[in-house]
Design a protein around this ligand. Structure first.
Ligand code: SAM
Length: 235
């Protein structure tokens, strides 16, 4: 099963953008995943292909029209894929949700613009609102690229060593341990002795302890999400 992404956007030229490069780009060329775009403007109304209108009740900006978006969404065969709306109001994207999405058939991603999207199309087409963080972007395209990048790197064969995906930040509600590489001494700072000791057991224990220390210091909220079996050692 190939992971298939369909992006509905007013700016199809923004895709694949950075996803056409490096590992994601190679995987796209190799057919490990596919990407197609739908230009929402193609479903606009009248000679000007209008896609937005003034907000009911007044206020600044424009709102994407429900009828236009519904037609654009209905033009896409979802084939079991979730329909996501990139939205600062959405549920914050997590590595867990990324893992779920990457193990499925793909996703249909709707990119908002202007002040946002008419609420009725969100309800009528059961769009799952997804946020990439507590800040406001000018459009959903960069958010869609972020979500797809996070998914694509988890697809089979895309990353060299799958073990790194299991150990990296968030996979076990832990931040990752610090990394080092040669030279042995950089501006007077040495690589920790244990990492050059050749004792794999001690290296693993050190990394685990460092991951727990960093998570406690920087993201104690992650530790609270861990299951009791996976809870950190107290030291
Ligand atoms: N008026 C909206 C609000 O205050 O929530 C912000 C609209 S924003 C200027 C335009 C579009 O960018 C949104 O409809 C959404 O698609 C996208 N967007 C902005 N911030 C986002 C975020 N943090 N996560 C996901 N999408 C975002």
């Amino acid at each position: 099963m190939t992971f298939r992404a369909t992006v509905l956007t007013l700016f199809p030229d923004m895709f694949p953008g950075p996803l056409g490069m490096s590992l994601a780009g190679k995987a796209l060329t190799a057919g490990a995943w596919s990407l197609d775009t739908v230009d929402i403007r193609d479903f606009g109304i009248g000679v000007h292909r209008q896609v937005d209108d003034t907000p009911a009740g007044g206020g600044p900006g424009m709102v994407m029209k429900a009828d236009v978006l519904a037609r654009a969404i209905d033009s896409v065969a979802t084939a079991g894929r979730p329909r996501l709306l990139m939205s600062p109001r959405g549920r914050p994207l997590t590595q867990q949700r990324v893992i779920e999405l990457a193990s499925g058939p793909g996703a249909v991603l709707v990119c908002g613009r202007f002040e946002g999207v008419d609420e009725r199309v969100i309800e009528a087409r059961s769009l799952e609102e997804v946020s990439i963080g507590d800040y406001v972007l000018s459009g959903g395209e960069i958010a869609a690229l972020v979500l797809l990048d996070a998914c694509v790197r988890l697809l089979p064969g895309v990353m060299g060593k799958t073990a790194s995906a299991e150990e990296e930040s968030f996979s076990q509600n832990l931040l990752e341990y610090p990394h080092y590489t040669r030279p042995q001494i950089f501006e007077g700072r040495s690589i920790p002795d244990i990492l050059v000791s050749g004792d794999h057991g001690k290296v693993a224990a050190w990394r685990r302890a460092e991951a727990e220390r960093l998570t406690r210091e920087r993201r104690p909220d992650l530790l609270e999400r861990r299951s009791p079996r996976a809870s950190p050692s107290k030291n």
